[in-house]
Design a protein around this ligand. Structure first.
Ligand code: EPZ
Length: 421
């Protein structure tokens, strides 16, 4: 297993190219099941999770290959509708093959994904959406087994206890595009990744209106065609580097970063003393003055503040002047980074699903353990400003979601290297 070793203190300066979006390309790759033609998906990041989705497609009989950021999914039918536990257990997003399999082949058997380190992750909304379209679904021996000779359009409300669901919307939408008649998805997720999937489906010949809004109207078509499509840039990767620029007191030019997808973050960064300038090529980010100011954040569904940037913001306000409160409304248990940040000298207390962060003057490097993907990124950010050396072990989570992270950071002046443990 690898670890990252970071010598803190260097302000970051220079240019970082933002990669394609992990969370947009995974359901898009899954949706390539909906056609027997070849699809070429561009601007795909070379990440472990993308490799897992390619393996799942391969196991279903869809030959896919990644080459220089482009995945070609070869023409042909699938010959197996089972996504096995071995693959699904390594990546929750594997569940996004459920809707496309059911929509195109009328059958699917997908391992039940279970919970994960950021808390329980139910799938009731996925099943609700597909059942509304007429699927017969049962859980047997840890698998979701779904059947529906031909799905029928319906009106379905997909809001849950914590608001809308990104992948439940993706699954219902991907199933509905080939269903008979009209489907209306109410309280659909509005995240840019769902919008990107919708645009991909439309390019394939689907009939969808209300894209990017909480009401998606889908009129089923008989078949979809193969397309070439480039996914959007990764707003969470961009956001992580925006926070890094302000935290280290440096100046970063983030090529391909798009402000429109990160308005809630930009608003909070400005409260913390950051400046984000928009250019045709991307965003330039730096700190206005000497200090980082405290702020209060509540994570919400889009366009609210994203849960996937919450941990990274905690590393920023850990060094602010004053007290910040961060409240998690999407994953109330997503606070695994706190104990590690406190080991580095932060002063953070957990109170229910809120973290109370009393800003400190300095963090000091030590050995810490990475947990989930975004908590791992938060530790990298803390390591960049901590005094001394920070060693982050178990970094395989980072490789699931950040393309070439140590290379990108070294190129802008960070003292960071990967070593085997
Ligand atoms: C997507 O997960 C992302 N993953 C997550 O990114 C992200 O944190 C999450 O959306 C929220 O933005 C991918 O896109 C691959 P949800 P998803 O269903 O779709 C509850 C990262 O770090 N819920 O939108 O699985 C759920 O428990 C990851 O890149 C139900 O109650 O998340 C949560 O409270 C981690 N029932 C809320 O909805 C359901 O059936 C939102 O989750 C489904 C979800």
């Amino acid at each position: 297993m690898d670890k990252l070793v970071i010598e803190g203190g260097a302000p970051l300066a220079g240019e970082i190219q933002i990669s394609g979006s992990k969370n947009a390309c995974l359901p898009i790759l899954a949706a390539s099941i909906l056609t027997e033609d070849e699809c070429v998906i561009g601007n795909v990041p070379e990440l472990k999770d993308v490799g897992t989705m390619i393996k799942i497609l391969g196991a279903l009989g869809k030959n896919a290959r990644i080459d220089s950021g482009s995945v070609s999914v070869k023409a042909g039918k699938i010959d197996n509708v089972t996504a096995s536990y071995d693959l699904v257990s390594t990546m929750r997003a594997s569940i996004s093959v459920l809707g496309p399999l059911l929509g195109k082949y009328g059958r699917a058997k997908v391992s039940f994904p279970g919970g994960c380190v950021i808390g329980p992750r139910p799938i009731d909304l996925h099943l609700k959406g597909l059942r509304a379209l007429g699927a017969d679904i049962r859980i047997e021996e840890g698998y979701i087994i779904a059947d529906a000779p031909r799905l029928k359009g319906a009106r379905v409300y997909l809001g849950g206890h914590f608001g809308s669901s990104v992948l439940a919307t993706a699954n219902t939408l991907s199933a509905a595009v080939l269903a008979e008649g009209e489907t209306v998805i109410e309280d659909a997720a509005c995240e840019p990744e769902v919008e990107d999937l919708s645009n991909f489906l439309v390019a394939m010949g689907a009939d969808i209106s209300g894209i990017g809004t909480p009401t998606l109207v889908v009129r089923g078509v008989d078949s979809l065609r193969g397309v070439s499509y480039d996914v959007i840039s990764d707003r969470i990767e961009a956001g992580t580097y925006m926070i890094a620029a302000i935290l280290t007191g440096g100046r970063l030019s983030l090529k391909n970063a798009f402000a429109g997808h990160n308005l809630a973050l930009i608003d909070k960064l400005s409260e913390c003393g950051g400046v984000v300038e928009e250019h045709a090529w991307g965003l330039e980010v730096y700190r206005r003055g000497e200090d980082i100011e405290a702020t209060h954040i509540t994570t919400l569904t889009y366009p609210g503040f994203p849960t996937d940037l919450q941990a990274q913001m905690m590393s920023l306000v850990a060094l602010s002047r004053g007290i910040s409160v961060i409240t998690e409304k999407i994953y109330p248990e997503r606070f695994i980074n706190i104990s590690e940040l406190n080991r580095m000298g932060a002063d953070i207390m957990l109170e229910g699903s809120s973290a109370i962060i009393n800003g400190v003057d300095r963090l000091s490097g030590t050995r810490v353990m990475a947990s989930d993907l975004r908590a791992s990124a938060a530790l990298v950010l803390a390591g960049l400003v901590a005094e001394g050396v920070t060693e982050i072990s178990r970094i395989y989570h980072l490789d699931r979601g950040y393309e070439k992270i140590e290379k990108k950071l070294s190129e802008v002046g960070a003292k960071i290297r990967r070593e085997s443990e």
